[in-house]
Design a protein around this ligand. Structure first.
Ligand code: FMN
Length: 210
């Protein structure tokens, strides 16, 4: 049995980020019954970022799983045992969402040793990082998972990236003050790229499960 944990760091159900994660899950599921998938929507949970309680660094009791107790506790424990981790987030002001960032603080700070600055997770595993944004490959402000990507790469392994560029932010642009965007240009982009982006997510899921 392979266990894959999918973390949805976006607030909107059934929009771009959630859809890419759903397709990734379908890809993983296509491999067969021996795959256990769990999708966690961070916006449904009541939790904090790192509280700096330093419990994970206590002498004789150091832990590479966060000791602070809240809604994230069981999820962090499951990730420690998982066989694959998928993170998805829209880009807000050039970064992953605040909820994703807070989650990543809790995930990664316990990996970091202040004795020798090494980063050690309970278990290495394949990782896929998904981002969706208004930006295009040529013109974007995304710093993606930022410094957290270094922690993930060192402690879990080099992640695979999937980026959904130039996404449709709303169904009908005319209903909003979104004059900086052309609905037609968004549509044209979507027709050319969206299915391909979803396919990349599906393939990544299948590959992770295999
Ligand atoms: C608060 C906020 C900030 C955003 N900042 C950026 C940004 O800095 N760069 C960008 O390319 N897109 C930005 N966007 C657009 C979203 O990243 C994009 O619409 C994304 O695909 C939304 O994902 P969702 O459909 O899963 O909610 C922003 C959207 C919101 C709501």
């Amino acid at each position: 049995m392979k266990r894959i944990i999918i973390i949805d760091g976006g607030p909107r159900r059934n929009m771009n980020t959630a859809k890419m994660l759903q397709r990734l899950a379908e890809g993983a599921q296509s491999v067969g019954k021996d795959i256990e998938l769990k999708t966690i929507r961070l916006y449904d949970l009541d939790y904090k970022g790192c509280m700096s309680c330093m419990a994970c660094k206590l002498k004789g009791k150091a832990s590479n799983i966060c000791r602070f107790k809240d809604a994230l506790t069981p999820i962090l424990e499951e990730i420690a045992q998982a066989d694959g981790l998928v993170l998805g987030s829209p880009i807000y002001f050039g970064e992953v969402t605040g909820q994703m960032r807070a989650f990543l603080e809790r995930l990664t700070f316990p990996w970091l040793s202040y004795n020798d600055y090494s980063l050690t997770a309970p278990k290495r595993m394949p990782v896929v990082l998904i981002e969706t944004m208004n930006g295009t490959p040529d013109r974007n402000n995304s710093n993606g998972y930022g410094t957290m990507e270094y922690c993930i790469t060192t402690a879990l392994g080099r992640p695979q990236h999937i980026v959904g560029y130039n996404t449709c932010q709303v169904a009908k642009y005319d209903n909003y003050e979104l004059g900086g965007f052309s609905e037609e240009a968004k549509r044209t982009w979507r027709e050319a790229h969206w299915e391909e982006d979803l396919q990349k997510a599906y393939d990544a899921g299948r590959q992770m499960a295999e």
